[in-house]
Design a binder for this molecule. Structure first.
Ligand code: HEC
Length: 173
């Protein structure tokens, strides 16, 4: 009897621990979703967002407006969904955290400063991991993002470009 009670206790305790861990994981994903929303990742990484019509069926699956950085090249916001070929499907959570907080991709390339990783360096480790956990749970979307384009290369997307105000054509009437 004594040992049966003991086993029952272990079982119930185990069940609580299991549901507790599940709830924690869910909390982490909810926190990640909140952070990704308020940090504006989708402004750049969701197609159509800069044109006033974000394509929510392809949320965070890559932008359609690139950023030209004078002298460095032109950079398209990349596919953040877990698609293995065109997104972050093969990245570990830690690799995502490193890219978001230090700009360093797994292949060693440093992301252009148009991706605001210098600001995101101020994230806490827990919040950065929550962002990674949320991105990993997005529905994977196959969407190959072109570029990055070198300074002399022909760019195939729309572009944000820095121009002197004096050189700008007047806005259409
Ligand atoms: C102002 C626009 C902008 C915002 C806001 C932004 N990004 Fe980016 N992001 C970019 C650009 C542009 C690149 C590509 C830079 C390059 O290729 O050098 C990029 C690249 C990345 C990469 C590297 C992916 C790869 O395949 O190389 C990750 C990861 C990433 N962003 C995550 C995020 C997350 C998470 C957020 C929100 C917390 C976010 N970004 C917000 C513009 C942005």
């Amino acid at each position: 009897m004594q040992s049966l009670r003991c086993w029952l206790f272990v079982l119930v305790a185990g069940l609580f621990a299991f549901t507790g861990t599940q709830a924690q994981a869910q909390d982490q994903v909810t926190r990640g979703k909140y952070l990704v929303t308020i940090m504006g990742c989708g402004d750049c990484h969701t197609a159509g967002a800069f044109l006033g019509k974000p394509d929510m069926a392809r949320m965070l699956a890559g932008g359609d407006v690139a950023f030209e950085v004078p002298g460095l090249g032109t950079f398209v916001p990349r596919n953040l969904t877990p698609d293995k070929d065109t997104g972050l499907g093969n990245w570990t959570d830690q690799e995502i955290v490193t890219a978001v907080m230090t700009g360093k991709r797994p292949d060693g390339r440093i992301l252009a400063p148009a991706m605001p990783w210098m600001d995101f360096a101020a994230l806490t480790k827990d919040d950065a991991l929550a962002i990674a956990a949320y991105l990993k749970r997005l529905p994977p979307v196959k969407n190959a993002i072109p570029g990055p384009f070198g300074p002399q290369e022909k760019v195939t997307t729309l572009v944000y470009r820095i121009v002197p105000g004096s050189g700008m054509a007047p806005p259409p009437k």
